[in-house]
Design a binder for this molecule. Structure first.
Ligand code: NFS
Ligand code: SF4
Length: 621
């Protein structure tokens, strides 16, 4: 049992699920055994109806598909399609936020006023938009228009890439991977992977980097920056995390998915007096809105909303028997939820026209009428409190406090207005380097174990950790986001954290907020007059599972940062592709991937890499 997770709340609810006869992701993983070896190696292709084809990895069966595609082509094509899907998910999220800003500026989304005018002006200025003497509405309208244009832009490259150091941009130009329109890269990737188009694995992978860069410096960056403008730029905030945040005597609501357009307004709608009165009338003492996964991170970063857990806890929240509604929009929502909810009284309410779930209640969310719809959804949850079956309720007591909210702006404020103190700490070696630790849970690996073990090793070695997504939630649950966690850090990092009263692991937000990490990396490189690839940085996704994570990994190495994957990607069926990603890429793009399932060994790789970069910069290893 303890093999499944290091999280006590998770283990308790896995046990309860067993008692309640509920099947979870772990059970379904067992039912899938043995998983397809061709799929694991990435050598199966279904891109046309002459197939499906598969390459024999042992060399005594076919070495090409019907069309003649070999393992290199098939593996690279599959990888490119995964990147395109991941980039599409992040970028479509970004487009949704941009459309909301556009509607807000046109006076068509009254529930979304602009919360951060200073950031609006700063981002508009970046886009070359005049801000002097103009109203917030006028600026927002022009900015939203310019941002929406980035998806299919004619101007040849994306705006936010200009944050990257000139050396990096010149390299992208030289390699022909400067991202053009965001949609264009995704569409071109689908075109290139159609039967009989791009068959050269190097060319396919370069397009993978370009598509991923259009995510990291495009769609994701848009999602982050425009969310800050609309919902407020995060500032350090405290809250509580893990399934123990659910309340026995309150209407419990889980917000799960990704887009803050939905989650942010629900947080405010839940303060409605009428709804609270209705809840009290039904015997509840209040309405307890909690987050899950990345939309949870969005509302945690901005409002300190309690966070019920990360990816592998979405089913378990329902298993507590204490959740009236799981309100979802898009991404990382298991299709199993309505089925599990059927064993309890929980209602799963889907809200996005893009994501319907058989067995769930669908209430289309409408940004033009957001508050009204939010209250309608909440009313369903409140009414459902009367259906709670007390005998099925068991909420684990496990909960942990966290400090989050480290936007770039908040980080700068903590440092006294400039990055100089951080750069000085890097130079002196009190902080040896910075690691971005991101990504999911994966039931193939013990939940949170790799995240936490890897991160602990890093901070011991004076490497500052910045985290997002489900990795950051793993840290929150384990107390790693508290300033006191600095006691586990090396002497140098400990002193820096104590001086600033910040944790050794800084929660920077949801997965689209990895764009914040890129922005900081670029700013440090620019301040030192070097490329991002010259800095003592590493990226890691210790427990990744999603296609979004594949896109993230690709844009992180595309941006010049060595990246360690803790779960094995399906590329091993092509020696050439695997060699390009884990070694050849270094000479081309200045960074490469490593795959290491053991988090202690992975940390050793990170420490060694950072020491090497420090020496190259003329700093003490
Ligand atoms: Ni990221 Fe967020 Fe979590 Fe993985 Fe899914 S919630 S966008 S993909 S599982 S970190
Ligand atoms: Fe087979 Fe080629 Fe068609 Fe893929 S594209 S299914 S390898 S024939």
């Amino acid at each position: 049992m303890s093999e499944k997770s290091v999280d006590k709340a998770t283990l308790k609810m896995i046990k309860k699920a067993g008692d309640d006869n509920v099947k979870l992701a772990w059970d379904r993983l067992v039912a899938q055994q043995p998983q397809c070896g061709f799929g694991q190696l990435g050598v199966c292709c279904r891109n046309c109806n002459m197939g499906p084809c598969r390459i024999d990895p042992f060399g005594d069966g076919p070495d090409t598909g019907v069309c003649g595609a070999d393992a290199d082509t098939i593996v690279a094509r599959n990888l490119l399609r995964a990147i395109a899907a991941g980039a599409a998910a992040h970028s479509d999220h970004g487009r949704g936020i941009a459309a909301t800003l556009y509607a807000s500026a046109r006076g068509e989304a009254r529930d979304y006023p602009i919360k951060d005018e200073a950031k609006l002006k700063a981002v508009a200025t970046e886009f070359g938009i005049v801000v002097e003497g103009r109203s917030v509405q006028e600026i927002a309208l022009e900015l939203a228009g310019a941002v929406l244009e980035e998806f299919g832009t004619k101007k040849g490259s994306l705006q936010f890439i200009n944050r990257a150091p000139v050396q990096r941009r010149e390299l992208w130009d030289k390699l022909g991977i400067t991202p053009r329109g965001i949609d264009r890269e995704v569409v071109e990737s689908m075109h290139r992977t159609h039967m009989g188009v791009d068959n050269d694995y190097t060319s396919l992978i370069l397009q993978g980097l370009r598509t991923a860069l259009s995510d990291g410096w495009g769609g994701s960056c848009i999602a982050t920056e425009l969310s800050d403008i609309l919902f407020g730029t995060p500032q350090p905030v405290k809250g509580v995390c893990n399934l123990g945040v659910l309340m026995e005597d309150q209407v419990n609501i889980i917000l799960h998915g990704h887009e803050p357009t939905l989650s942010d307004i629900i947080v405010f709608a839940a303060r409605d007096e009428e709804l609270l009165a209705e809840a009290r009338q039904r015997g509840a003492s209040g309405i307890n809105v909690c987050g899950m996964c990345c939309t949870g991170n969005e509302v945690l970063m901005r409002h300190g909303v309690p966070l019920a857990g990360n990816f592998l806890q979405q089913e378990l929240a329902i298993v507590t028997g204490a959740v009236e509604a799981v309100i979802v929009d898009v991404q990382c929502i298991m299709p199993s939820l309505p089925q599990i909810a059927g064993c309890y009284h929980t209602k799963v309410i889907s809200t996005s026209p893009k994501a319907k779930f058989p067995g769930a209640l669908h209430v289309p969310f409408d940004e033009h009428n957001a508050m009204e719809v939010a209250k309608k959804i909440l009313r369903l949850a409140v009414e459902n409190y009367s259906n709670r079956r007390r005998e099925k309720v068991s909420i684990p007591s496990d909960r942990m406090e966290y400090m989050a909210g480290f936007s770039v702006e908040a980080l700068l404020a903590a440092l006294g207005g400039t990055l100089s103190p951080l750069i000085d700490a890097l130079k002196s070696g009190s902080v040896k380097g910075i690691a971005g630790v991101v990504g999911c849970n994966n039931p193939k690996y013990r939940q949170d174990y790799s995240h936490l073990t890897f991160i602990r090793e890093l901070i011991k070695n004076d490497i500052l950790v910045v985290a997002t997504g489900c990795a950051a939630i793993a840290c929150a649950k384990d107390g790693m986001l508290l300033p006191g966690a600095a006691d586990e850090a090396g002497e140098g990092l400990k002193a820096v954290c104590k001086g600033l009263n910040v944790p050794p692991v800084l929660h920077m937000g949801s997965c689209v907020d990895i764009s914040r990490i890129l922005t900081v990396a670029a700013a440090i490189a620019n301040a030192l007059g070097v490329d991002i690839a010259d800095l003592p940085l590493v990226g890691a996704a210790p427990e990744w599972m999603s296609e979004k994570a594949v896109s993230i990994g690709a844009y992180v190495i595309g941006s010049g940062i060595f990246t360690i994957l803790g779960t094995v990607p399906p590329v091993l069926g092509s020696k050439n592709v695997a060699a390009l990603l884990t070694s050849g890429a270094d000479e081309v793009i200045g960074a490469k991937f490593a795959v290491e399932e053991d988090p202690v060994a992975a940390a050793e790789l990170a420490v060694k890499h950072i020491a090497g970069k420090r020496v190259s910069l003329g700093l003490k290893a």
